[in-house]
Design a protein around this ligand. Structure first.
Ligand code: SF4
Length: 455
């Protein structure tokens, strides 16, 4: 019998177990007789390197200095990640390489599947794949690139291709058992860097909206909704209380059905939404009653011209009303803001600051990003429509080429970063949660109730 080991790699935040790998584990286990195992090496790395932070983040009674401590963690992890990535680029072994390699070899796998969800995981994958000569190496995941594929024996796009590869035959899809729900009990959940386990839930394959011009999340992925009874089984089987819907976006009808299923389960959950007009007080109240604790709203900008250019399908009137109603319903609001969208002027940047200030009492945390150009997005494919006159690509050893761009008008990326810094204090005054909770969104579940942090 073959042994298949699925591996999740450093570096990403060790706040919760990986969703896709867990689903893959359960699907393969349901559909073949190979021995399937999973290793979260990202968690193992962080446990070895940052044990004092693991202890700190697990105990909210210590969170009085959360911003200071998280800032320390953030600075340290950035340094550690980039030093280790540089080592891989220079052909050296990254930290704890021998320990993590031993963890893999101890499982005696015939096949090792590497899941590359974030590009930051490509470096460690590169190092491990070069060393593991005795096993068959499979790669997959949204951030896989040609350089990683070149080191692997096979690149597989989905769970069915993986199954066919293990069984060495084309499976009859009619006979497959798709009633798979990810079983999170395969991990030691109390080891993650949160006070209580927070379980990631995916309820559909991608975003149903698929229109935002800066977004690459939905590229090439058809929209499929997962069966609600299986999502319910995932929740019940986990035995946990906190759930984070990692879907980029959920349709309102679907969200209400999910809420109906979750209400009797007495759990707390969070999700990401677009602030559109159908999110009325009545709807939000229903969602709150089902355990919805906080929402991350894709607000993005306080300028209607920029929102139109982004094709966000919202406007500032809807945004303000939705934030107000959501707060009134007892839900906490986290607002995603994107500065420096191509052609954004300083005046439009200030419109966003004004929107945040005007609605400060309804916002719990502001999460800020500066626009970066990504392949596969409408801005990348039709740059002139967005005032981009030239795109530059710089080759890199492990990652895909680095993309920069030149604008006809509007704020450059550097100018947007500078302005953002100038308004950091203004934004910080709006936050009811520690600013750096943006690095550990899962902590939002625990910040008010259990810690005595400012409210
Ligand atoms: S930004 Fe969000 S809502 Fe817009 S297309 Fe991307 S995932 Fe969908």
């Amino acid at each position: 019998m073959k042994t298949v080991l699925l591996v999740y790699l450093p570096f990403c935040t060790p706040a919760s177990p990986p969703y896709s790998l867990t689903y893959l584990y359960s699907f393969l286990k349901n559909n073949c007789d190979a021995k399937i195992k999973v290793l979260d090496l990202n968690l193992e790395f962080h446990k070895l390197k940052f044990p004092e932070f693991q202890e700190y983040f697990k105990d909210p009674s210590k969170w009085k200095d959360y911003d200071k401590k998280t800032n320390e963690y953030n600075q340290l992890t950035r340094k550690v990640y980039s030093e280790n990535n540089r080592k891989v680029v220079n052909g050296e072994k990254p930290e704890f390489f021998d320990v993590l390699l031993k963890n893999i070899r101890e499982e005696k796998p015939d096949i090792v599947g590497f899941s590359i969800v974030y590009s930051s995981q490509a470096f460690y994958a590169h190092a491990l794949m070069k060393e593991l000569k005795e096993v068959t190496k499979i790669v997959g995941g949204p951030s896989v690139n040609d350089k990683i594929i070149a080191l692997a024996d096979k690149f597989l796009k989905n769970e069915i291709e993986f199954l066919d590869f293990i069984k060495e035959e084309k499976t009859d899809h009619e006979k497959l058992n798709f009633d798979t729900f990810p079983d999170f009990n395969i991990y030691d959940l109390k080891e993650y860097f949160t006070p209580k386990p927070v379980i990631p839930l995916k309820t559909s394959s991608t975003c149903y909206y698929q229109k935002c011009t800066f977004c690459a999340h939905y590229a090439k992925v058809p929209y499929v909704e997962y069966k609600i009874p299986l999502i319910e089984k995932t929740i019940i089987n986990s035995g946990q209380k906190y759930f984070f819907l990692i879907d980029d976006m959920t349709h309102i009808t679907r969200l209400l059905k999910l809420a109906e299923m979750m209400k009797p389960l007495n759990i707390q959950w969070a999700c990401q939404l677009r602030p559109t007009k159908e999110y009325t007080y009545e709807i939000l109240k229903k969602l709150k009653e089902s355990g919805l604790t906080f929402i991350m709203w894709g607000v993005e900008s306080g300028s209607n011209r920029i929102l139109n250019l982004m094709k966000k399908g919202t406007n500032t009137n809807y945004v303000e009303k939705v934030l107000e109603d959501s707060k009134k319903a007892g839900i906490q609001n986290i607002t995603y803001i994107m500065f420096g969208f191509p052609t954004e002027t300083k005046e439009e940047f200030l419109e966003t600051i004004d929107l945040l200030k005007r609605n400060g009492k309804n916002i719990d945390l502001v999460s800020i990003a500066v626009f970066g150009l990504q392949k596969g997005t409408p801005v990348y494919t039709a740059p002139l429509d967005f005032g981009i006159k030239k795109i530059n690509e710089e080759e890199r050893i492990i990652l895909e080429p680095k993309i920069s761009y030149e604008l006809e008008n509007g704020l450059t990326q550097a100018e947007a970063v500078k302005l953002k810094k100038k308004y950091n204090n203004t934004i910080n005054k709006i936050n009811k949660h520690p600013r750096l909770m943006n690095f550990f969104r899962e902590h939002t579940f625990f910040s008010i109730k259990n810690s005595g942090l400012k409210q």
